[in-house]
Design a binder for this molecule. Structure first.
Ligand code: G3P
Ligand code: CA
Length: 327
């Protein structure tokens, strides 16, 4: 009798896995999406394969990859162009810092980068974690990895689960790469194409903060991917019409979309204007441990999805945003 009960529980659990929602191609832009920002980075060190696998199991629509090139042109999944905020590079390679005191990804080969240990993001001046309630510093073992490794993880999970989670790569600091003699966009686009991502029908959104480079990706490099222009400054909001000539969406910081005076929130017309131009709006970064003046994460998500009318959010806590949208 006991074993029958166990079987029933297992079947119910498996059922909940296999009936999880399937992600949709970006052609259907009416559906709101959740983007796992640097993976499930609220729970495990950002941009590790472990954080990506955990994010995958939370059923987001997309998982994000920030990309920087190594000395030997391997695209590394890491947020900063330097290494000392998430690795032990200062201990392993003390002589390899530049004059500004930073250790640049681009100065290390892929083999050297693989030797580094990765941890939760910290301030190298104080050695304190940026988010102190997250995964403890220097516990367990995490490593850097290539874009190819991550694409194989996500595509492998898509095959083994039958789900279809998308990727959301970001070209980091293209001007810096150009000055170093590297065409990061060209290299990344070629890899994406080799893994089956080249049109809007493929489950991939390519993002960049550098407008000149994103325009180049569309016009000169001829990419047909869904492109999102990231923005961070108020003055960039005036450029929506220009962005609409080459991008499919925009990615603002959500805090630039409203103002608050004496407890009264005024929402700007940015999202409305973007939508009128046919642009999708995915805003960053929603964090359950950085609520500002909101009383709960659900309240913040409600503000983002329902008041700001965002089409998607980047979040360090994809499980909570998926849960919010399912209610
Ligand atoms: O790319 C959008 C989101 O990730 C915000 O930017 O600085 O975390 O890469 P960042
Ligand atoms: Ca990013």
């Amino acid at each position: 009798m006991k074993s029958i009960k166990l079987l029933i529980v297992l079947v119910v659990l498996l059922g909940s896995c296999t009936t999880a929602k399937k992600s949709k191609p970006m052609e259907n832009t009416s559906q709101k999406v959740v983007i796992a920002h640097r993976g499930a980075s609220g729970y495990l060190p950002e941009h590790t394969l472990e954080a990506k696998a955990m994010a995958y199991a939370m059923h987001p629509d997309f998982i994000e990859q920030d990309i920087v090139l190594s000395k030997d042109d391997v695209p590394i999944v890491i947020h900063d162009i330097h290494l000392e905020t998430v690795t032990d590079v200062a201990q392993q390679f003390p002589d390899r810092k530049r004059d500004d005191g930073k250790y640049y990804v681009i100065d290390f080969t892929y083999e050297e980068l693989r030797q580094l240990n990765v941890t939760e993001r910290f301030d190298p001046k104080t050695n304190k974690a940026v988010y102190e309630k997250r995964f403890p510093l220097w516990k367990s073992h995490f490593k850097l990895h290539s874009l190819q490794d991550e694409l194989e993880l996500i595509q492998g999970l898509n095959e083994s689960t039958g789900n279809n989670v998308g990727i959301y790569p970001e070209i980091k600091e293209p001007e810096f790469h150009h000055k170093e003699g590297k065409d990061i966009s060209g290299i990344v686009l070629e890899i994406l194409k080799n893994y089956g991502y080249s049109t809007k029908k493929d489950n991939c959104i390519l993002q960049c903060f550098d407008a000149k480079e994103l325009k180049r990706i569309r016009k000169e490099l001829g990419s047909e991917l869904f492109l999102v222009q990231l923005i961070e400054f108020k003055e960039e909001e005036k450029l929506l019409e220009e962005y609409a000539t080459y991008a499919d969406g925009v990615g603002p910081w959500y805090k630039q979309l409203y103002s608050e005076k004496e407890g009264v929130i005024e929402i700007s017309d940015f999202v409305q204007n973007a939508h009128a131009l046919g642009l999708t709006v995915h805003a960053y970064t929603f964090r359950a441990d950085d609520l500002g003046n909101f009383n709960s994460f659900d309240e913040l998500l409600d503000f983002g999805f329902n008041k700001l009318q965002l089409d998607g959010v980047f979040t360090d806590f994809p499980d909570k945003a998926v849960e919010f949208l399912s209610n």
